[in-house]
Design a binder for this molecule. Structure first.
Ligand SMILES: [Zn+2]
Ligand SMILES: [Zn+2]
Length: 267
């Protein structure tokens, strides 16, 4: 079991014991534990996509942002699913018997949006505005919300299968730094962009007519601006930014990208 999944279980158990105390002043601790459980199940989900996810990013992000990136990688990342398999009597034919492996329930982005900030708002002293307008939530409201989230998390953590991500992948080694690049190819797409997580390299993966994949570096050749040199240098799209430079292999000069303004006279 992943560390995040067991952390989620511990946080959920603590939240449930705070709720069971029936003491209103302990509701905030329940809200805090539930928030941590939501974070843990979301990071757990992200860990299933680890090789497709920029590593620096999922270590520091909020659940909403993590889930948004997951959905970019795989539009079904936050959907519940049932996994079953069967043997086709002949290729392409629907199997007569399907074996069910189980159902996975995911704490989806809608639930994160609905509950995560709301739980957070229970952790702070009410603002002056809330106090003046007497809009601070009553203990009953806080308890109801906490109980709802707790029930949903119970279902997520009770899933018999979890972190299933099925898809077609293309993987290859980065031509610049040798890091392994792994990219999911959605069924309805014939071309996807894959950026290297370690360096600035970027590739286009294209589906060929016979169903294989072809990988091309997305470089553009920029001629050295030194008059009389013009030696081309392949540049990746992510390198086109202020201050990035290269040393020309032919004339040895240094070329740097600078922000500029190009004026065109009226007319
Ligand atoms: Zn690379
Ligand atoms: Zn040059």
């Amino acid at each position: 079991m992943s560390t995040y999944r067991s952390r989620a279980r511990i946080a959920l158990a603590s939240a449930q014991s705070e709720l069971a105390s029936n003491e209103d002043h302990r509701l905030k601790y329940a809200a805090l534990e539930l928030r941590m459980a939501i974070e843990a199940v979301t990071y757990d989900r992200a860990s299933a996509y680890k090789s497709e996810f920029p590593p620096k990013e999922y270590e520091t992000w909020q659940p909403k942002k993590v889930m948004a990136v997951l959905l970019e990688i795989d539009p079904t990342a936050d959907s519940d699913s049932t996994i079953s398999f069967g043997i086709e009597s002949s290729p392409g034919e629907k199997p007569e018997v399907m074996h069910n492996l189980g159902k996975e329930v995911v704490f989806n982005i809608k639930a994160i949006r609905r509950h995560y900030d709301a739980l957070g708002s229970f952790l702070h002293v009410p603002s002056i505005k809330q106090t003046l307008s007497e809009s601070t939530p009553s203990p009953e409201i806080v308890r109801k919300r906490c109980e709802e989230v707790s029930r949903d998390l119970d279902k997520v953590l009770a899933s018999q299968v979890f972190n299933s991500t099925l898809g077609i992948f293309s993987s290859f080694d980065c031509g610049e730094c040798n890091a392994r690049i792994r990219k999911r190819i959605p069924r309805d797409k014939n071309e996807v962009i894959a950026d290297c997580f370690r360096c600035m390299a970027s590739y286009a993966i294209r589906r060929t007519l016979d169903g294989r994949f072809e990988v091309d570096a997305r470089t553009e050749e920029i001629p050295c601006p030194n008059p009389g040199c013009g030696h081309p240098k392949p540049i990746y799209p992510r390198e086109f930014s202020q201050g990035v430079h290269w040393v020309c292999n032919k004339c040895g000069g240094r070329n740097e990208f600078q922000l500029g303004i190009l004026h065109q006279p009226a007319g």
